[in-house]
Structure formats: structure tokens, C-alpha cells
Write a protein that binds this ligand. Structure first.
Ligand code: GLN
Length: 381
């Protein structure tokens, strides 16, 4: 393993999902739904294969049908116009989009500011690009960003901000005021911003997802990333996309060409149909997940966890201090044996070894009865 990757072992998701299989536990660790997305959309993928659509290399930037559907989606939900030919790029999930963006936009030694806890691929992708991560810690109980600390963290070497809202694993959703302040800073210090918006449709109560790119001065400096996994419950399809100005898309595409060249064809046609589903699909998804959040929240509270109520995503971050335990990693490694439930220790998403040590994340994108059974097991133990 080369030096830039030496600090990265097996991802926590692989470790914990393997543990769930081995112990026959309920897996509330890795974030994937236990019910597939709409049957019509699955059927569209099968049809595409049967009709020979995308069975051979599709165009590098993505099939025109999907690029058009992505542009329509940005217009429909956010009033943001994008040219499907030059300003949209299809990727192998958001994961590849993040990797390609880092490899395309960073020089060795550039600094990248990201709020920790961060999704584990951020640190690895920044490292693969030879750049330096500068973490800013989001602290319980609110996990709101410290905007003064953000301003102070910008140096002449800062090249970009890597942002995620709705935020995995805390469920924090950046507010309009916070986004406006971040945008102002980016313009003032001439920074690029890469926004990971994979949970864009998973916001609850009063929270609203507002793309950072819609703020003044951001259109030409923002690379927006999303994917099909969370919105359409097909995490295994690995269809993601980038929207940005033509020069930024061209840069990211250059890197993407040599990572995967193209992304899987038939799924792209099916995703084009998915993005065009009526508003009722999107509100149904949100209502359903809000109910699941409330089921699992009640169960975890009953079991004795301290809970940080998420405004978005399908994760709940908890604290295990009430059990007299401090080490989330040790807790998660033994929880399956103790009671047959798998969770994720937030500590792995922090550079600061103390910041998230006692936090543990549970996913609620599971059938109601599975959430209820998990809660019952946690309460019995
Ligand atoms: N994003 C999902 C999570 O946070 C899992 C992704 C993965 O397995 N790499 O749980």
C-alpha cells in the first residue's frame, strides 16, 4: 500500500456488514434500505437490458436521457438551469464523483476544509490527490458548524471546501443563513466548493435542503454531487451525477475517464425514469422515512441512549455515555454478540480521536418491524 493510503484500512461499512452477516444480526450499520426502490424503475432497468440499451459502453459523460433528466430535476426542485450536454456528468455513484472531483481539482499540498465527522471516502480521496485535509469539528448536541472557525481555517493554501448537507452521520442540515455565510466566504477567498448532496430529498420537519450553488457568486465555483442510491433506494446500482459549470464538469470528467471510463449503461436509462417520478414519490419517501426515524428514535430513547434528533438523512447519532461506556468502536464490535444489532461508531469519521468517541450511528432505512425488533433487542440487553 502506498504511503498516502497507509492510514486507511478496510472501511467500517465492510467490517460491520460482515459482522452482521456472521452473527445474523439486524444491520442498522451500513446505510442501505432493506426494501428495494419502485418496481417500475427496476422493471425499466430490466427492459433496458432486454432492449439492448446500454449493454455496450455508453457515452463517457453519461447517456443523454439521464443527463437531461438530471438537468430537469435541478430545474424542477431548485430552479437551477443546467445544460445537459456540458454541465452534467454521470458517475459510478457519488463516491466516484467525489474521487474524480478531488483528483481533478486539487494539486499536491492544497488544503481542503471539511466538517468532521465526515463520510469516510473524503479523507481517502483527499489523500489520493496528495492534498491535505483540514477538519473542522461539528460538536454535539447541535452539530452546527462554527462559522468563525471556518473563516479562521482558510489559508492561502486552501483550495476547496468539501461540504455535506444533509450531513452523514449527524443528520444536521445547513440552514439558509449558514449557507449564505459559507458562500460569502468562498467568494471572498476565491474557493472552490464541492457539495455532497446525496441526502437532498431526505429532510424532515422544518428543515429544507438548499443547494449552495444557488447563492450569489457560487454558480461557477461549485461542483454539486448527488446520486440515485438514497433517493430511489437502489444503492447497489451506483448511479451518481455531477452538476457544475462546463469547465468544472470538463475537469471532473477528465479524471472520471481514467477511473471507470463510463458508468453502467442500463441503470442510467432506468434512473432517467426515476428522476421524472411525480412529486408524490418524493414526498412519500420523506414521509415514510420520517415515520421510521420516529419509530427508531422512540426505541433508542427507551433503550437508554442519548439521542441527537436528525433533521435529515436516514441516520440517528446517539451517545452511549448513559450506559457507562465511552468507546463507540468497542461498543459496536461487541453489540452484535450482546444483542444481535449492528451499528456504526462515529469515531471513524473524525480525525480528532476524542471528538466522537462515545457516539454511535443507527440507520433507520429499514422495515418498521425490523426497527421495532432492533429496538426490542436493545431494550432487553
Ligand atoms: N453511505 C453509506 C453509509 O454511510 C454506506 C456507503 C458505503 O458502504 N460505503 O452508511
Amino acid at each position: 500500500l502506498n504511503r498516502s493510503l497507509a492510514e486507511f484500512g478496510t472501511t467500517i461499512f465492510a467490517e460491520m456488514s460482515a459482522l452482521a452477516l456472521k452473527t445474523g444480526s439486524i444491520n442498522l450499520g451500513q446505510g442501505f434500505p432493506d426494501t428495494d426502490g419502485p418496481a417500475d424503475i427496476a422493471e425499466a432497468a430490466v427492459r433496458a437490458i432486454r432492449e439492448g440499451k446500454g449493454n455496450q459502453y455508453p457515452p463517457g459523460p453519461g447517456v443523454p436521457e439521464l443527463r437531461t433528466a438530471v438537468a430537469e430535476h435541478q430545474q424542477r426542485f431548485y430552479g437551477l438551469p443546467y445544460d445537459p450536454d456540458t454541465e452534467v456528468l454521470v458517475t459510478a455513484g457519488a463516491t466516484e464523483a467525489i474521487a474524480a472531483a478531488m483528483l481533478a481539482l486539487l494539486e499536491p499540498g492544497d488544503e481542503v476544509i471539511a466538517f468532521e465527522p465526515f463520510y469516510d471516502s473524503y479523507a481517502a480521496c483527499i489523500a489520493m490527490a496528495g492534498a491535505i485535509r483540514v477538519p473542522l469539528t461539528l460538536r454535539a448536541p447541535s452539530f452546527r458548524p462554527d462559522l468563525d472557525a471556518l473563516r479562521a481555517a482558510v489559508t492561502p493554501r486552501t483550495r476547496l471546501l468539501l461540504l455535506n448537507s444533509p450531513h452523514n452521520p449527524t443528520g444536521m442540515v445547513l440552514t439558509r443563513d449558514e449557507l449564505a455565510a459559507i458562500a460569502e466566504l468562498a467568494v471572498e477567498r476565491d474557493l472552490l466548493v464541492v457539495t455532497d448532496e446525496v441526502y437532498e430529498h431526505l429532510v424532515y420537519d422544518d428543515a429544507e435542503h438548499i443547494p449552495l450553488v444557488s447563492f450569489p457568486g457560487m454558480r461557477d465555483r461549485t461542483v454539486s454531487i448527488s446520486s440515485a442510491g438514497k433517493t430511489f433506494s437502489f444503492t447497489g446500482w451506483k448511479v451518481g451525477w455531477v452538476t457544475a459549470s462546463a469547465p468544472l464538469v470538463a475537469a471532473v470528467r477528465t479524471a472520471k475517464q481514467f477511473l471507470t471510463y463510463v458508468s453502467s449503461g442500463p441503470f442510467q436509462y432506468a434512473m432517467a425514469e426515476a428522476l421524472r417520478l411525480p412529486d408524490s414519490y418524493y414526498t412519500g419517501l420523506r414521509d415514510n422515512l420520517r415515520r421510521k426515524r420516529d419509530i427508531l428514535s422512540a426505541g433508542l430513547t427507551e433503550a437508554g441512549f442519548e439521542l441527537f434528533r436528525p433533521a435529515g438523512t436516514y441516520f440517528i447519532t446517539t451517545d452511549i455515555t448513559p450506559f457507562g461506556e465511552k468507546d463507540g468502536l468497542a461498543f459496536c464490535r461487541t453489540l452484535p454478540e450482546r444483542c444481535g444489532v449492528v451499528a456504526i461508531p462515529n469515531a471513524v469519521f473524525y480525525d480528532d480521536p476524542d471528538a466522537g468517541r462515545s457516539q454511535v450511528r443507527f440507520a433507520f432505512c429499514k422495515q418498521d418491524k425490523v426497527l421495532q425488533e432492533a429496538a426490542a433487542r436493545l431494550q432487553r440487553w
